[in-house]
Ligand binder design. Sequence first.
Ligand code: NAD
Length: 356
Amino acid sequence: MKIAVLPGDGIGTEIVAEAIKVLRAMDLGLEMESAMVGGAAYEAYGHPLPDATLRLAKEADAVLFGAVGDWKYDKLERALRPEQAILGLRKNLGLFANLRPAICYEQLVDASSLKPELVAGLDILIIRELTGDIYFGQPRGRRTAVDGHFPGSEEAFDTMRYSRPEIERIAHVAFQAARKRNKRVTSVDKANVLETFQLWKDVVTEVSAQYPDVALDHMYVDNAAMQLVKAPKKFDVVVTGNMFGDILSDEASMLTGSIGMLPSASLSASRQGLYEPSHGSAPDIAGQGIANPLATILSAAMMLRFSLNQEAQAARIEQAVKAVLAQGLRTADIHSLGTTRVSTREMGDAVVRSLK
Ligand code: NAD
């Protein structure tokens, strides 16, 4: 089993090092090979996703990814910005389904910005379509507006699009996931305003006929954003498009206490997958040894579960993380009175000890 390890930028290198430490301690015979990606790759090779990195990712059974990006690249032309690397990997590996479980661990109930009774026991799964929507439409950079309301002024636009097969396959992922959970799917759209999401809603409804044992409801994205903080436990599986999923899953992360707790899996039809924390490269705290590595360690658990078919080993990591939290160990982002503050590395070491 071959793993491509792409740490990337900022805290990416720090948190991936801890996930690797955990995987190595489990002695699973994994072959791990690292390559540069994002800003680091741009500095070294002039491109955020060099051919050699893409080749390594394609040949691997799974990719363990850190994060990319730094504000210092904001002035670069878009095609060379670090974030293009993750979009390129998603497109080239056909990673259309992004699974983001938002679980509020009992020990972190107080770290959430919501009242404990709203988040205690929370376990929802956000499924975000990852290779369509406005992020993969046709961008049109700034130009002089030709038919704008303000003649002579500038305009820019991006096109939002989805095709029937793209919606069908993500809907199947959602219904199948719901079957293994509480058998409820909420499809989030904006069908009242956008044609793209009218198609989305119609197709999801059609696919639901194949899953009579799963309940489906539809919700507009603005309402979903509100319901997620009003009564998050009412959700089971949430399925939505690329942009709405991007925003809602970050919102959901705060329910769990910190974005540093939220893992993710991005899967292709062949179950090859890319596993990464839901957060970015956090340049504001990079290099300080204070980043929370648990989202990345939990992403490694998802990798064992979904791409390497090692359910028992995945559960072992998740149990070890729970045990470490129960011991009261916390990185700065989830630290509260009465708990012990630890560094990124100390958190990784504690998970390894707990595994053993
Ligand atoms: P971010 O997720 O990097 O950070 C948001 C906030 O959360 C920051 O205050 C940060 O310190 C904190 N945070 C994030 N991860 C943490 C962790 N593990 N432990 C503790 N605190 C953590 O988002 P941003 O600041 O909007 O973006 C920074 C850079 O990351 C940008 O260049 C952006 O494009 C990029 N980004 C990359 C990805 C990716 O690689 N998949 C995803 C999102 C953002």
